[in-house]
Design a binder for this molecule. Structure first.
Ligand code: PCD
Length: 787
């Protein structure tokens, strides 16, 4: 059953070229910034130069006098309309425009609406603002100091910067295992603040029709339906009068999940001017003011027996959420899915505690290419396992093999309460070892070490938790995380599938057509997938946390199966035989034992809309609609091996090879999966070696452009070597699990483990990401072992 790939199948799942690519490669996509409406105005936002400062005065008279300026709006003006603050996705509020004080550099202070983008930007310079600087807090630890300036004094009764305290697992049981353990290893580590940095920045075009009261919003959102509901709540507009259109999206990566002030400003501007208004960020605005990710300081501890049996894990985390808690995570999970920090191992006891704080940084904690904080959790455990291997002087693969969950343990409930659906972790790891020729790599390393060369091999085994989520447990802003799908087969036998998820480049127009094709035998080319328009799709929570395949994909399967069931009934009337005497065979329905007596799904469709007789109780037409509530999450897993060379003269790390074996259950389109994995691995190498959004003591963002914030390009990454195992999810209707973020989640620890393995001769156990040449150089120098 394993290692089977449906490469060559013409009809359903398989390696099919992407239906959306002909328009993308010809530059014919429609992105928000391509939307041009008659009479459209342009909006630009004035952003705060200081990170913390009281707003003393703001004078917009000169800007208003600019000949091309139509409107200038300040926080005070929004406050009059009760629009100065908006809810975030995590039960906090965020300023749309500053009314009282600035809380991070780049925060929205005022906006200008003008006839063109350049005039709007020019007029920003004409606004005169006086700030009274306040002491700045950029360090999460300092935010907890007694007497630290209170950043969120807008919240009634606030006397400190603590957002929440959270814990999971059993503290006493974990402490007891630690107290009795043979070996305990402790390691502090930082997962630095990084930014999703999608190719397309955030943008919106708002068009409010004052006559009929309807609002159309073209918007870079990963969750059009959820956004519509929130706009209804924020702006007090009737929800049925709001249409959110998320056209082609140039990458989301979690960056386009929250509602940003710019979107709200565009809506307000259109309402006030009576004209369509476009707002589009530039790169620096995107990097400095939209949601960042990670920024966790973790103290990790792992307890084991002397022979390498992992028994317990314990961690304490300080989470920096920036000035507004903009985290996108299901309500009951303020720390996202960090609770899955026991990873791929059978661990007796675990305990995590976390404190989240406000700092003078842009709002944060977005699920950037991870299912809500699982990236941090995977990094923690995978680094700790390597630290333990270091301590025990054991091969990191051998240590993992000793502790990985066994196939017969599934479904497996972790000590922190997460039930993994399926997996064969050892098979996945063994496949990676085979592709890598692990033994050969270790031999090569030994030879190189003898010559003073620094080669490292790093391993990581990860478990993701995707497909949020069951409505009994998971909601965002009160909206349960289930998804809709509607499938309509036309009289001529082509079909339209309408889904609530939202592609940002993943290829849903292809894979969702394949999902349906596999079920009803209509070719993917004849199935159109409609998404990203609240007027034309069923309600659902959108695309992030790799949830589309697990939730919307399941909805599509169930809708298709309903259509198939109805087609069988109609076929029984057409063939004048009982439905129990019919068999379904990939789009053809025939009489048992008589393949020649058959009708196709296309024949059935024509009949369904025609005047032919239908069975008792069956109505005309061929369509179905479903709202799918997943019973649980799906848990993809993977085993990654990274090979690096560290230049002893410059401390530059080169990733020479990277082997990624992923198990996402049933594979719909292997080509798309490989693309997803390649992308995620590039992300992972970037975070491990290059990316970090840093701040100086005054709260100036030091990563405000792509000159300063380094993103990896093809030059920094090797040719990826991918493999797979297939362990279907038992509760997903086709056994598929998500895969979109797996590689981003699983790869950073493999890279860091590889670098530390290369530096073994120096006795180093840990260096914090990003492993830039200067950091690696400093670490090597600190050992005193280099002359
Ligand atoms: N698949 C297949 N098979 C399987 C699975 C899957 O084939 N088994 C495929 C599908 O269909 C799609 C893809 O693959 O197409 C993916 O999927 P998934 O995993 O389900 O996911 P989704 O939901 O769809 O998506 C989402 C993700 C995320 S989340 C992210 S970050 C990223 C990824 O996705 N993003 C992006 N990827 C991508 N790609 C691109 N191109 N772009 C983008 O933006 Mo978050 O939370 O948001 O942070």
């Amino acid at each position: 059953m394993k290692f089977i790939d449906n490469d060559q199948r013409p009809m359903g799942h398989g390696r099919m070229l992407r239906k959306e690519d002909p328009r993308f490669v010809r530059g014919k996509g429609l992105f928000v910034d391509d939307v041009q409406l008659p009479g459209m105005l342009h909006l630009a936002i004035l952003r705060a130069p200081v990170a913390h400062g009281r707003l003393v005065s703001i004078d917009v008279t000169v800007a208003e006098a600019h000949p091309k300026v139509k409107l200038v709006v300040t926080g005070a003006m929004l406050a009059q309309r009760k629009l100065a603050w908006m809810p975030t996705l995590s039960h906090d509020v965020q300023a749309v425009l500053v009314t009282d004080k600035v809380r991070f550099q780049g925060q929205e202070v005022a906006f200008v609406v003008a006839e063109d983008r350049y005039a709007a930007r020019d007029a920003l310079e004409l606004i005169d603002v006086v700030y009274e600087p306040l002491p700045v807090v950029v360090d999460a630890r300092a935010a907890l100091d007694d007497g630290a300036p209170v950043i969120r004094d807008d919240l009634a009764g606030r006397t400190d910067n603590r957002i929440f305290d959270w814990e999971t697992g059993n503290r006493a049981a974990t402490d007891a295992v630690f107290a009795a353990a043979d070996v305990v290893v402790r390691q502090d580590m930082v997962y630095p603040r990084v930014h999703p940095a999608p190719l397309e920045t955030c943008a919106a075009v708002a068009d409010h029709d004052a006559v009929d009261g309807a609002l159309t919003l073209w918007c870079t959102t990963q969750a059009p339906h959820a956004h519509r509901t929130l706009y209804a709540l924020i702006a007090g507009l009737p929800e049925h009068q709001i249409r959110v259109i998320s056209p082609d999206i140039g990458g989301g990566f979690g960056n386009k999940v929250p509602i940003y002030p710019g979107y709200v400003c565009a809506i307000v501007a259109s309402m006030l001017t009576g004209r369509p208004v476009k707002w589009a960020e530039d790169r620096s605005e995107n990097l400095t003011s939209t949601c960042f990710a990670r920024d966790y300081r973790m103290r990790g501890e792992i307890a084991a027996t002397r022979d390498g049996r992992i028994r317990a894990i314990r961690t304490d985390v300080l989470a920096d959420h920036g000035a507004f808690n903009g985290v996108a995570a299901p309500s009951r999970y303020p720390a996202g899915f960090f609770g899955v920090f026991t990873g791929s191992y059978d661990i007796e006891a675990a305990y995590a505690s976390m404190t989240a704080v406000y700092t003078n940084k842009a709002p944060g904690g977005i699920a950037y290419a991870c299912s809500f904080r699982i990236t941090e959790a995977v990094y923690l455990i995978e680094r700790l396992v390597d630290c333990l291997a270091h301590e025990l002087d054991m091969d990191p693969v051998e240590l993992r093999l000793k502790n990985l969950l066994r196939p017969d343990q599934f479904p497996y409930t972790t000590t922190t309460g997460w039930t993994y659906d399926s997996g064969d972790y050892e098979a996945t790891l063994r496949e990676a070892l085979r592709i890598a020729d692990y033994a050969g790599l270790r031999r090569e390393q030994a030879e190189k070490r003898a010559r003073g060369e620094l080669m490292g091999i790093g391993v990581s085994c990860f478990t993701e938790a995707v497909g949020a989520g069951p409505r009994k447990d998971m909601d965002i802003a009160g909206l349960a995380m289930s998804d809709g799908a509607e499938l309509q087969v036309h009289p001529t036998g082509t079909a339209v599938l309408r889904v609530s998820c939202q592609s940002q480049g993943q290829g849903h127009e292809t894979t969702f057509a394949q999902i349906v094709a596999e079920q009803i035998g209509i070719a993917p080319a004849d199935i159109k997938v409609v998404h990203g328009d609240t007027e034309h799709t069923p309600f659902g929570l959108g695309t992030y946390g790799s949830r589309s395949t697990s939730v919307s994909g399941a909805a599509a399967v169930v809708a298709a199966r309903k259509v198939r069931d109805k087609a069988m009934l109609i076929a029984s009337a057409m063939l004048e035989i009982s439905v129990t005497d019919l068999v379904w065979d990939a789009g053809r329905i025939h009489v048992v034992g008589d393949p020649n007596s058959s009708v196709t799904i296309q024949d059935v469709a024509r009949w369904a809309y025609g005047s032919g007789e239908l069975p008792e109780g069956v109505d005309g037409g061929l369509a179905a609609q479903v709202h799918y509530d997943p019973s649980s999450l799906t848990y993809p897993n993977g085993a990654y091996i990274c090979v690096v060379d560290v230049d002893p003269g410059t401390a530059v790390v080169t990733v020479r090879r990277f082997i990624a074996v992923d198990d996402c259950g049933t594979r719909i389109n292997p080509m798309i999966i490989e693309g997803q994995v390649h992308r995620g691995l590039t992300d992972g190498v970037g975070m491990a070696l290059m990316e970090m959004i840093a701040f100086d003591d005054d709260g100036n963002c030091l990563g405000a452009s792509l000159m300063d914030y380094l993103l990896p390009s093809a030059l920094e990454v090797p040719d990826w070597e991918t493999g797979f195992t297939v362990t279907p999810s038992p509760h997903h209707p086709i056994g598929a699990k998500g895969v979109g973020e797996s590689a981003t989640v699983g790869s950073p620890p493999a890279v860091v483990n590889a670098v530390l393995d290369a530096l073994r001769p120096y006795g180093l156990r840990h260096i914090d990401m990003p492993l830039t040449p200067s950091r690696v150089w400093e670490a090597i120098s600190s050992t005193g072992l280099r002359e």
